[in-house]
Design a protein around this ligand. Structure first.
Ligand code: PXL
Length: 277
């Protein structure tokens, strides 16, 4: 394998099985050097824990980036997840442009909403800023809630293909070159992912598990970035990430009361065969 290097920018939730504690092991397990830029340090994630600490690292970003720039450090992919502030989103626009190798991909997981609701730290001004990042990315990887907020489309739990195709079109109209839309369910007991690249839509359906877990969006996006960077197509990467996320959710279901994240660690060794299968 070539010397591949991904930069991922998202928070460190010290406890919570999300963001960097997910992206770092997963992308590394794909055989790819994983460089990180922490957007903030929190004691836990914000979905369900109370009284979490939050240290914003926005002001550290320009000097970290300048150092890398002076060293001539470039990446095969830049992948943003949960970002700590609107100012950070602004920084990401230049950072991605300046630090990608030629042909490198900029992947944005908006990571600000689920089940039709914004995460506690965010408001519509944040969504407006995120649109600017989506406008310059190569691939946006939202769930349906995030996609609807970004596009100003009503979030629905029951819908048809026409509604979803409208959401995908609206994401492309924001400027994203390709779309990977997760959590699209047309049939009871199943969910799936819609991809759109160069005008070609495809849908990968997989089982919908009864237990929903926090942090699965981060697992999904991390596997997607790892698979894509290792040479898979968008469609193949979307499928591999869906299959791995299902394994992690099934593993989580074996534990009672594991409410704050998905247990991807016991199944991480299976990622290799999904990538090579
Ligand atoms: O999984 C997304 C995520 C990442 N980081 C933090 C979060 C969340 C979702 O709530 O709170 C801090």
């Amino acid at each position: 394998m070539k010397d591949l290097k991904v930069l991922t920018i998202q928070d460190i939730s010290c406890v919570g099985q999300c963001s960097l504690t997910v992206a770092l092991p997963i992308i590394s397990a794909c055989g790819i050097e994983t460089c990180i830029l922490p957007s903030a340090v929190l004691s836990t994630h914000t979905a369900g824990f109370k009284n979490f600490t939050f240290r914003d690292l926005t002001d550290d970003i320009p000097s970290i980036f300048n150092h890398w720039n002076n060293e001539g450090i470039r990446f095969d992919a830049v992948y943003t997840g949960y970002l700590g502030s609107e100012k950070q989103i602004g920084y990401m626009i230049n950072l991605a442009k300046a630090s990608l190798k030629e042909g490198g991909k900029f992947i944005v997981d908006p990571a600000f909403a689920d089940n039709g609701k914004l995460y506690p730290a965010f408001d519509m001004a944040y969504v407006e800023s995120m649109k600017k990042l989506v406008a310059v990315c190569d691939i946006v990887v939202p769930n349906l809630s995030e996609a609807c907020f970004l596009c100003g489309i009503e979030y629905k739990t029951e819908y048809d293909e026409e509604y979803i195709n409208g959401v995908v079109k609206a994401l492309l109209a924001l400027g994203a070159k390709a779309v990977v839309l997760t959590g699209v369910s047309y049939e009871k007991g199943y969910t799936g992912v819609v991809t759109c690249e160069n005008g070609k839509l495809s849908y990968y359906k997989h089982e919908l598990l009864p237990n929903s877990c926090h942090g699965t969006g981060d697992i999904y996006a991390s596997v997607f970035v790892g698979a894509l960077t290792s040479g898979k197509t968008i469609e193949e990467s979307a499928k591999i990430s869906a299959d791995f996320t299902v394994l992690a959710i099934k593993e989580t279901a074996k534990s009672e009361n594991h409410w704050y994240g998905a247990k991807f660690e016991p199944v991480l060794y299976k990622l290799n065969s999904l990538l090579n299968g």
